[in-house]
Design a protein around this ligand. Structure first.
Ligand code: NDP
Length: 246
């Protein structure tokens, strides 16, 4: 497979970078969004050094108008988005009785409402062209809940509801829609957790280690490939065995 136009949101982050790199190495033109220009410039320069066909676009996934403008710019510069990975995400942890309204809104806007904001501007084009791939990056904690993460777990669980509905609406247009639910992966998001808490998390993982961003990227690449055309509405849990619910 080669030569598709891809948008990976949050591509400058830990998992996002691995997804961008993997899809670009497969021969795709990969766009990603950024908010922080200084971080994005340094990141873009590193990708160019690796000789990857990667492009950065300003875009706040929590803002519909920003996403509409970003989709238009990507289409002008690279062509219409054919593969979309809704990966950008944040945490703002607190037990609900201590959680501020803004913490709730920020997390729901950036993880869940972003799926609407980013997907809505590109879905009609995918339907017209009769081909598309959409993957939501959810989380193990959307499946099982987590102390201190009512906002994040609710948003991440909602992402899979979005996946299943979109999968039904778009199957006959050659579009597959799936969710990948990573467990704890060694990125800045997880390394920011205090070490003693991280050790307790690792102790709950049968594989005995955190995941690698490349292991998530590999699964995404599989799901967006031509050969995965009959996989839709699925949730692929990748968590070292920490949660085996089905
Ligand atoms: P990082 O914190 O490393 O990266 C997050 C990325 O999202 C950054 O590129 C960031 O850009 C971007 N981003 C955040 N808010 C916005 C916004 N409003 N608009 C545009 N971009 C935004 O996270 P990870 O790589 O660890 O996580 C990636 C995804 O995987 C997330 O959805 C996360 O919830 C999920 N996940 C991660 C797990 C883990 O263990 N790491 C486990 C399970 C799920 P910027 O820096 O410019 O804000």
């Amino acid at each position: 497979m080669n030569g598709r136009t891809v948008l990976v949101t949050g591509g400058t982050g830990g998992i996002g970078t691995a997804i961008v790199r993997h899809l670009a190495r497969l021969g795709h033109r990969v766009a990603t969004s950024f908010r922080d220009p200084a971080k994005a410039d340094a990141w873009g320069a590193a990708m160019t050094e690796e000789d990857l066909d990667v492009h950065i676009f300003q875009g706040d996934v929590s803002d519909l108008h920003s996403c509409e403008a970003m989709a238009r710019e990507i289409e002008t510069r690279l062509g219409p988005v054919e593969i979309l990975v809704n990966n950008a995400g944040i945490t703002r942890d607190a037990a609900l009785h201590k959680m501020g309204h803004q913490q709730w809104l920020d997390v729901v806007n950036t993880n869940l409402n972003a799926c609407f904001n980013v997907t809505r501007p590109v879905i009609e084009g995918m339907r017209r062209r009769q081909w598309g791939r959409i993957v939501q990056i959810s989380s193990i904690n959307g499946q099982k809940g987590q102390y201190g993460q009512a906002n994040y777990a609710a948003a991440k669980a909602g992402m899979h509801g979005f996946t299943m509905s979109l999968a039904q609406e778009n199957a006959k247009f050659g579009i597959t829609v799936n969710t990948v639910s990573p467990g704890y992966v060694a990125t800045d998001m997880v390394m920011a957790v205090p070490e003693e808490v991280r050790e307790k998390i690792v102790a709950q993982i049968p594989m005995g280690r955190l995941g690698k961003p490349e292991e998530i990227a590999h699964a995404v690449a599989f799901l967006v490939g031509e050969d995965a055309a009959w996989i839709t509405g699925a949730n692929l849990a990748i968590n070292g065995g920490q949660d085996m619910g089905w």
